[in-house]
Design a protein around this ligand. Structure first.
Ligand SMILES: Cc1ncc(COP(=O)(O)O)c(C=O)c1O
Length: 362
């Protein structure tokens, strides 16, 4: 079987896949209502929040769009703290809906600098919200969200967080860090196929929502809240994916958040150590290297595209390439969700064989 080691979608345990074969039931009936309520409560535990939380049928990007259109109005100034492809996408959505985006872009491979965020907030008092990516999947960097939040809240701004590739794998206590809207996606650390975005909404986000004028229909949080009171979603949800999530949540809660974070930290450390021992450079600043994805640079003649092809075709191991300007310059090893040290050892032992075939001279 192919080993999928891209940073999402991630492999799913058999029990989770099996749950998706459940026959359809009435999505407005009591059985499904119980599932929606249970899943929502369990997700709140894992988001470490008492805020409202909604299951949205769509991909992570839909969740990011929901965060923006539900809290902002055209013309609002937003500070976009971007450290890679997904940070820039978050800003592009805000711009598309008429926000005045103030970009604060950092070198790819580095984390956001807290003092620069403070200066940007000082120099533009009319900023309403700050957009930030907790874990930038395109570069393998995790921002220091606790520190970012401390600055953002010092200035009393809304904090909208893309936690698509971190939540459930890397600690993100939503309430403690006062995050207003937090978005994650089922296909990442949740061990579930793609199709669901999960978002939490704080009281401050609700206050912003009451005044927000950006156009919205499918993603409207008021509709989501009204329907959740009846154990429903406004529109027909991706029921099979919710069945899968109900199963994966049991597994996640059984392992426990602390153990899951520790496992991801261990696996990521092993990945970084092994990559370096192969003689390859880490792309991400090691102080902020992600525990869910390791990005690796090219060196010593390595043809990354050739290596990825040989790994895929001859070893059935699928790794991620670089995105946009990093295409052909880095590769990425995904290690979120259903993963342990053995999976990384397998990648590394195969890389040892393939690297010289792809031009690498150690
Ligand atoms: C950090 C981050 N943000 C946004 C996205 C986009 O999510 P989706 O592809 O589910 O729309 C991804 C997916 O890779 C991601 O990793």
């Amino acid at each position: 079987m192919e080993q999928l080691r891209i940073p999402g979608p991630t492999p799913c345990p058999d029990e989770v896949l099996q749950a998706m074969t459940k026959q359809m039931i009435n999505h407005r009936g009591p059985e499904f209502g119980q599932i929606v309520n249970d899943v929502t409560d369990e997700l709140k535990q894992l988001f470490q929040t008492k805020n409202d939380l909604f299951l949205l049928t769509g991909s992570g990007t839909g969740g990011l769009e929901a965060a923006i259109v539900n809290t902002l109005s055209p013309g609002d100034k937003v500070l976009s703290v971007a450290i890679g492809v997904f940070g820039e996408r978050f800003a592009a959505i805000a711009q598309q809906f008429g926000a005045e985006v103030i970009p604060l872009n950092f070198e790819w491979g580095k984390a956001a600098d807290i003092d620069s965020i403070r200066k940007a907030l000082e120099s533009e008092p009319k900023i309403k919200a700050v957009l930030v990516t907790h874990n930038e999947t395109s570069t393998g960097v995790t921002n220091d969200l606790a520190q970012i939040s401390a600055v953002v809240k010092q200035f009393n701004k809304l904090l909208l967080v893309d936690a698509i590739s971190s939540l459930s794998s890397i600690d993100l206590p939503v309430d403690e860090w006062r995050c207003d809207v937090v978005v994650t996606g089922s296909q990442k650390g949740w061990m579930v196929p793609p199709g669901l975005a999960m978002v939490s909404v704080s009281e401050d986000a609700w206050r912003a929502h009451a005044e927000a004028k950006m156009p919205r229909f499918y993603w409207d949080f008021t509709g989501a809240k009204n329907y959740l009171e009846k154990g429903q979603t406004p529109w027909t949800p991706g029921m099979s994916t919710i069945f899968a999530l109900a199963t994966s949540l049991k597994m996640i809660l059984e392992e426990g958040l602390a153990s899951i974070f520790a496992r991801h930290a261990r696996v990521a450390k092993a990945a970084r150590g092994s990559v370096k021992s192969l003689g390859l450079p880490l792309f991400a600043d090691e102080k902020h290297a992600s525990n869910t994805v390791t990005s690796v640079g090219a060196s010593n003649g390595l043809d990354i595209k050739k290596m990825l092809r040989i790994m895929r075709e001859e070893h059935q191991i699928v790794l991620g390439g670089g995105q946009r300007s990093l295409d052909g310059k880095i590769f990425r090893i995904g290690h979120m969700g259903w993963v342990n040290e053995g999976d990384i050892e397998l990648v590394i032992s195969n890389l040892k064989v393939v690297l010289p075939q792809a031009g690498f001279r150690s």
